[in-house]
Design a protein around this ligand. Sequence first.
Ligand code: MTE
Ligand code: MO
Length: 218
Amino acid sequence: MADGITGKLKDKLIATKEKWAREGKLPGRVRHGDGVRLPPGQHLVSNWPVLDLGIQPYIPEKDWKLAIDGQVENPVRWDWDQFMAQPQSSFVTDIHCVTSWSRYDNRWDGVSALDVIELVKPKASATHIIQHCHDGYTTNVPLDVFAQKDVILAHSWEGDWLTREHGAPMRLVIPAKYFWKSSKWLKRLEFVDADRYGFWEDRGYHNEGDPWKEQRFD
Ligand SMILES: Nc1nc2c(c(=O)[nH]1)N[C@H]1C(S)=C(S)[C@@H](COP(=O)(O)O)O[C@H]1N2
Ligand SMILES: [Mo]
């Protein structure tokens, strides 16, 4: 063990790296789509379109809360400072929207889903996760999709805080799925023991939403 403050920081850094290595969570990219980067029927854009239900809730950080509960051993309810005090991760991932635009190389900062899972400890009964948002939007994913290593509860994009129209102060990002599975203005992650459709899944969107399989609508 190294001595002093620098030594302590070094130990902490080494411990983090050892943890990453154990989990296979090394910084870098997760490969989705078997090496095909642009999914079928998509075109690239360089801007970042805004899509929502016409309501863009304003949630000041002082009023923000996130509940992570349901089929977990250790439910949490974070305020903003508690959320920001969690281990931080950074991923660069691509966006694929079902309306056919894709955007490459988006840098996200926030708390990784793997760190959330490690903390709340899903029960054996947990199979899916329902995302609940401040505008009433919901969407669902299987636990193994949420547990992919580039899934992030993001507070920042390209080094700046998320803007309100993109889901400030925090949104989920699930790179392996069409973007409707990535909730803006997230307020609750509910671990459940049976699948349940969300807003668009109820309205004819495909339940899985894998862009490389073109799972757009049912
Ligand atoms: N809370 C909330 N999250 C949402 C939506 C929404 O209407 N409300 N729309 C989804 C859809 S269909 C898409 S394509 C993306 C759009 O995110 P963006 O506006 O940041 O591009 O958000 C997803 N998450
Ligand atoms: Mo969308």
